[in-house]
Write a protein that binds this ligand. Structure first.
Ligand code: NAD
Length: 455
């Protein structure tokens, strides 16, 4: 079927109520849950083929998170869907004001390759829960997972409810010409701009989940060993190919030597000198990204690590001594390389962080409440953790999204429901009373009464 007719059919199906009532939305969510549960092993195998992700990683970060999100929506959907009572003012008395949460219609979801199940299905859950029909564009760079998701969704769902596209850039370009009612994009800042520009042509609202260089700041009172373990846990998960991975570490000079030592120990504990993509450590997604990372290593001052194996696209976790102007400090790394910059005076980097593009995440290692507050208040970033990395996005009660160059809008849990809904204000009035005061002609007496009653 031609693309345009497929999208128009989805728009018609939306109007016909294919996903309108809470009951059908829950049926669709339950079906999605069954599809994921029944194909959990196949999905993890496909992720392993694309990214070499070990089963435990794939299960926890992709399958479990999706199942947890579905359960959260199933549990709360009935209360989220209810119109929200809003306050009233004297001028509209007597009346009742309410905010209805309406689905947008047919939404386009564009997903990346790095968590190919999680980043495709998490927004789909929100879109279905909010009552939309969905066109889902999967990434061409994770072909095994994308083709399996495509096969499963096509088999289990009416394509008028969920249509799936697996092509490359041209497919996105074609999709962006269609009259969608909302676009939800996850990917790079660069492509985010292309998507937003195309959406502007048709005044389509967008949510952009982008990337950036997320710092981990280790203050002078930190515990260097816990900080090293938690930072390397975030950095090595998916071999650093995570949008919220700690990109670089800013560390108080007094802790730098300890951090290097504790980092060696942490990595020894995690991998025992044996990095095997597919078994205990993921591979880099493709030769292009592998080559980019190898070049960054070659142009850096290595503290430890730095080896790479082209045959398996494996890159060793690598600690790098860096300065703000180094090549590795310019763009998001998206790999297991950790530049380390030392500081003695925190004021010296706060301004630098303010001047740089706002990151998706920031991690702060300190128990000093004043320092915590000064960073949270002064540095814009999407979200983050105190004394940990990445775990904030596992809590569906927290909105997940960026700011500035790392994105706009947020999702997860209730925030997904809201992201895929528009707010519709309704003021309900009875027929009686209907005083003359509100109607023209307006004379002095009416104005006097108006002022007396409503000022
Ligand atoms: P990408 O921007 O290259 O690709 C994302 C999607 O856009 C793909 O479906 C691709 O087909 C399409 N695309 C690529 N080039 C295009 C073009 N010129 N015109 C139209 N469409 C195009 O991103 P990626 O490499 O798949 O993922 C990595 C990036 O995504 C990183 O920057 C990472 O930080 C970011 N990311 C963000 C989040 C988040 O939740 N904020 C999550 C994961 C990844």
């Amino acid at each position: 079927m031609k693309l345009s007719s497929a999208i128009l059919q989805q728009k018609k199906a939306f109007r016909d109520g294919i996903n309108r009532s809470a009951k059908v939305r829950k049926e669709h969510l339950n079906k999605l849950k069954t599809v994921v549960l029944e194909n959990e092993k196949k999905l993890c195998d496909a992720i392993n083929q694309d990214l070499g992700k070990p089963y435990a990683d794939a299960y926890v970060t992709e399958i479990y998170t999706v199942l947890q999100e579905i359960d959260f929506h199933l549990k709360h959907l009935d209360s989220w869907i209810k119109p929200e009572n809003a306050g009233n003012i004297m001028a509209t008395f007597p009346s009742k004001s309410q905010i209805y949460k309406q689905p947008f219609g047919t939404v386009l979801i564009i997903s990346p390759w790095n968590y190919p199940v999680h980043l495709a299905l998490m927004p789909v859950i929100g879109a279905i829960s909010s009552g939309n029909t969905v066109a889902l564009k999967l990434s061409e760079h994770s072909p095994n997972t994308s083709s399996l998701i495509g096969e499963l969704l096509r088999r289990e769902f009416d394509e008028k409810l969920i249509s799936v596209f697996e092509g490359g850039v041209e497919t996105v370009q074609e999709l962006l010409k269609e009259p969608f009612d909302k676009i939800f994009f996850t990917g790079s800042t660069q492509v985010g701009k292309i998507v937003m520009k195309a959406a502007a042509e048709q005044l389509i609202p967008v949510t952009l989940e982008l990337g950036g260089k997320s710092p981990a700041i280790v203050y002078k009172d930190s515990n260097a060993d816990v900080a090293a373990r938690r930072i390397w846990w975030g950095k090595t998960m998916n071999a650093g190919q995570t949008c919220v991975a700690p990109d670089y570490v800013l560390i108080h000079e007094s802790l730098a030597d300890d951090f290097v030592e504790e980092s060696r120990k942490a990595l020894q504990l995690f991998f025992r000198d044996h990095l095997q993509p597919g078994e205990n450590y993921p591979q880099i997604i493709n030769d292009k990204h592998f080559g980019r990372l190898v070049k960054l290593i070659e142009n850096s001052e290595i503290i430890f690590g730095g080896t790479s194996t082209p045959e398996t696209r494996c890159i060793e976790p690598t600690l790098i001594r860096a300065g703000w102007d180094d090549e590795i400090m310019q763009d998001e790394i998206f790999g297991p390389l950790l530049p380390m910059i030392t500081f003695t005076d925190e004021d010296s980097f706060i301004e630098k962080l303010q001047d740089r593009p706002s990151p998706l995440a920031l991690y702060l290692f300190t128990d000093d409440a004043d320092f915590q507050n000064s960073i949270i208040e002064q540095v814009p970033f999407g979200g983050g953790c105190i004394n940990d990395t990445m775990v904030h996005l596992g809590n569906p009660n927290l909105p997940f999204g960026g700011v500035g160059k790392s994105g706009m809008g947020a999702y997860h849990g209730k925030y997904s429901f809201d992201t895929f809904s528009r707010e519709q204000s309704i003021l309900k009035k009875p027929f009686w009373p209907d005083p003359d005061l509100r109607y023209p002609p307006y004379d002095e007496t009416k104005i006097t009464w108006f002022k007396r009653l409503f000022s």
